[in-house]
Write a protein that binds this ligand. Sequence first.
Ligand SMILES: Nc1ncnc2c1ncn2[C@@H]1O[C@H](COP(=O)(O)OP(=O)(O)O)[C@@H](O)[C@H]1O
Ligand SMILES: [Mg+2]
Length: 235
Amino acid sequence: MSSDVMLQVAAVEKSFGGFQALRGVSLDVAQGQALGLVGPNGSGKTTLINVISGIYRPSAGHVRFLGRQIGGLTSDRVSHLGINRTFQVPKPFGSLTVRQNVDVALSHSRRSRRKAEDILAFLDLAAMQDREASSLNTAQQKLLDLGRALATDPRMLLVDELGAGLSPADLDIVAAKLNALRQEGITMLVVEHLLGFLAKVTDDVIVMNAGQEIFYGKLEAAAEDPKVVEVFLGG
Ligand SMILES: Nc1ncnc2c1ncn2[C@@H]1O[C@H](COP(=O)(O)OP(=O)(O)O)[C@@H](O)[C@H]1O
Ligand SMILES: [Mg+2]
């Protein structure tokens, strides 16, 4: 593995009972890269994020982060090592305030150099920090979930459909946030259906179908790849 590879996923499989959600996925994410991940619903994108972030143990294969084996570690361990993720459907502590949600995340992370004030200001949530999290709109809940992940001071972020359900104006704001984090040096794996959003925040993309990678390269090239076209238009 070359020295600038931060995350290496090698031949990872994940089965639920007799159903194989991941059928041997391999990918590298280089330090500083923002790699996009697209594919139809059910193709295994969230499962892959769940395996990398320690929610699921892989049924086979390896996950290495900075050369260290992390497949099967708990999500706490994985986040201490420097990977955190957002959730496709954020689940903040609804009866806690916005600020308290960030404080809880900070209290779970050792040696975070981030402060709640900075996180809330960065995410434009400072003005609503004393509101109950359940009162936030979709975009704000997604930003708060990003804040929870940022509290652990990740070197790598796994972003699961952060753009889904947002207005075009909110999408631009969220894309700008991700780009700012990348400027800070955070490496990213970004799952997204919205191709315009992906084009703004990623370099290369991987296309998955039925638990397997079917394309790796530039987003524009994906649109002309026969296998990709078949998956999106033929099925
Ligand atoms: N915990 C689980 N138990 C059983 N099946 C699951 C579980 N998680 C995901 N799956 C199945 O695995 C497949 C991939 O799901 P998912 O990774 O969520 O897809 P995507 O994020 O690409 O839409 C789907 O068929 C889904 O129903
Ligand atoms: Mg998903």
